[in-house]
Design a protein around this ligand. Structure first.
Ligand SMILES: [Zn+2]
Length: 119
């Protein structure tokens, strides 16, 4: 654990992490409940749709930190993201971000591609 933290904080570690990041997602899977989520989300983006209403977009963080990202799609809640999806291709807007105290990832998803917003 300690060794991992040391590698993570070196320049080489940061560069390596950057190269290992996901560049695209493989596709979309629509489910009715978060209970249907597999343990390993893999490269898919899961859309939770119930009663004809899209509720959540859930995916593994593309930096591969192991966390999952849950984006709310319900307009009644804030913040709210919009998805455009046709077949297996999905775009999500606005950009998705993870707080700095976690991995700090910031990216867009357009047609399954991950576009990183790097500071
Ligand atoms: Zn991450």
């Amino acid at each position: 654990m300690e060794a991992r933290i040391i590698i993570k904080n070196t320049l080489v570690g940061k560069l390596w992490k950057r190269l290992a990041r996901r560049k695209n997602y493989s596709g979309v899977e629509v489910i009715e409940s978060v209970n249907e989520l597999p343990k390993n989300l893999g490269a898919r983006i899961f859309l939770v749709s119930r009663g004809g209403i899209l509720r959540w977009a859930i995916m593994a963080c593309p930096c591969k930190c192991g966390d999952s990202i849950n984006a709310n799609l319900m307009e009644s809640h804030s913040p709210c993201w919009q998805v455009k999806w046709r077949g297996n291709k999905i775009s999500i807007k606005p950009s998705l971000w993870v707080s700095e105290d976690k991995c700090g990832s910031h990216f867009w998803i357009k047609s399954n591609h991950v576009y990183w917003v790097d500071n």
